[in-house]
Design a protein around this ligand. Structure first.
Ligand code: GLC
Length: 458
């Protein structure tokens, strides 16, 4: 019999199931009667990922397959958006089922209903990563080889590999294109999207069935993922040595062989960076562009970088050392802080559009999100930092179920239940389930290692 908090997490997961034509096809984002936002009863693609991993670990593969199929059939549902044709490779942020019997209908949100009309760039990336996880966990190669699934993979690649205006292998996206789906100065080349993009490219490479066209595509994917990896290593990674180099950057350098290629002025380095790194720590910065480095630490992007093998073995240790050094700021009373530091004052006013939900150290502006426990624990265990994984799990177990599974926590230490947080937020519960399984159950750990972790540690 599992401990009560784990059992109640499973109960919540069960309660959240969404059915279509009698089959479970997804999970609601929250099961709170007093939800803050109207769409929290929908199945969000990104929120379903931890549900899916929990289902895969408990042998309920068919739910994951139903979900993959349902979302695949939805692509192309929204054909026109403000006069331009939507690509078949775009996947919805969320969907829900209305009506009954013959009248049953799936309603989608491709960003056409969402607050701020944000584009869910991460959905198709997660879908591909999850498809691979499903195939690895279930051995159902036939599903991935099906004509409609192969077509869907190809549509996604068509969209995400399309030539645009970039001069780098990274993916250029509008603000709020991923888990942080409100204005938060995360336009351009946010780390989380780049990490997911890398994971998606590796997954697609394995999923494409062999044919003349696909073999050529596979070699393109390999070249692109190699270039992306190199780019992230060069432009995003920062440790004390690199920081020292930036501190003394010369600027306005013209030509191919210069050091400061993006023309980042050392004067743009924020004051809080002084003393933030020691000789043993490092991380991937949040965003990089012409004349721009966003030095903020984004948890999900860094943790996925460990899981997908973007970080080398040494770098993964340095990220974990950073957690150890700044435990209160980055984990505090509830794992894990989504980003650090929060934007305050005029920076908050202009960069969030004065968003009251995103005041400093709340919600996406440095709130603590229990769902991030799963990538944290999985990444820590992956690189042998058991003590950090266990500590994070212990803190969460003590409080999260008792607090009724809040969506997020507020405050520098993350010790207050989020002012506008939903309760019974499903990914808060699945985050705990996965973390618990990874630490307590060697079979689940091995399964996740095979199914989710794509890159090898160099
Ligand atoms: C909020 C979050 C988003 C999540 C959704 C459902 O909009 O910002 O990341 O997918 O809620 O939980």
């Amino acid at each position: 019999m599992p401990e009560p908090s784990i059992q109640s997490a499973y109960d919540l997961l069960e309660r959240s199931l969404i059915y279509h034509r009698g089959r479970p096809v997804g999970t609601a984002a929250a099961c709170d009667d007093r939800v803050v936002a109207a769409n929290y009863n929908e199945c969000f693609v990104r929120d379903f990922v931890p549900s899916a991993l929990a289902f895969l670990m408990s042998g309920r593969q068919e739910i994951v397959r139903n979900f993959l199929e349902t979302v695949m059939d939805l692509s192309g549902h929204q054909q026109v958006m403000q006069g331009h044709k939507r690509s078949m490779g775009l996947m919805p942020a969320s969907f829900h089922v209305v009506g009954q019997g013959e009248e049953e209908q799936v309603i989608t949100d491709f960003g056409d209903r969402a607050i701020g009309r944000v584009t869910p760039v991460d959905s198709a990336l997660w879908w591909m990563i999850l498809l691979r996880a499903y195939v690895v966990a279930s051995g159902d190669d036939e599903f991935a080889a099906r004509e409609d699934v192969q077509r869907c993979i190809s549509n996604i690649l068509d969209l995400y590999l399309r030539e645009r205006f970039e001069s780098s292998p990274t993916l250029l996206v509008p603000d709020a294109a991923f888990m942080i789906d409100r204005r938060m100065a995360v336009y351009g080349y946010p780390l989380e999207i780049q990490a997911l993009y890398y994971g998606m490219l590796l997954a697609a490479r394995e999923l494409l069935v062999s044919s003349e066209r696909n073999n050529k595509l596979v070699s393109d994917l390999s070249a692109l993922s190699d270039a992306l990896l190199e780019h992230l290593q060069h432009y995003y990674w920062i440790d004390r040595q690199r920081f020292n180099q930036m501190h003394r950057f010369e600027s306005e350098q013209f030509g191919r062989d210069v050091v400061n290629k993006l023309n980042v002025y050392p004067e743009s380095i924020p004051g809080w960076m002084d003393g933030w790194l020691n000789a043993r720590s490092g991380y991937f910065v949040g965003n990089v562009g012409p004349g721009r480095i966003d030095f903020r630490f984004f948890a999900q992007g860094n943790l996925l970088s460990i899981l997908f093998g973007i970080a080398s073995g040494g770098q993964a240790q340095s990220i974990m050392n950073l957690y150890l050094k700044h435990w209160d700021a980055l984990v505090g009373e509830m794992p894990v802080k989504i980003l650090f530091p929060a934007m305050v004052g005029d920076k908050w006013r202009f960069s969030t559009g004065s968003d009251p939900k995103n005041v400093p150290y709340s919600y996406h502006n440095g709130g603590n999100w229990p769902v991030l426990l799963w990538p944290f624990v999985t990444a820590a265990v992956r690189v042998g930092r058991m003590e950090l994984a266990e500590q994070a799990l212990d803190i969460t177990k003590k409080r999260l179920a008792q607090d009724n599974w809040p969506e997020y926590y507020d405050g520098r230490l993350g010790d207050l239940i989020g002012r506008r947080a939903n309760f019974f937020q499903v990914w808060s519960a699945t985050g705990l389930i996965i973390a618990h399984e990874v630490l307590e159950n060697p079979d689940s750990r091995a399964l996740l290692d095979r199914a989710l972790i794509t890159g090898e540690h160099r």
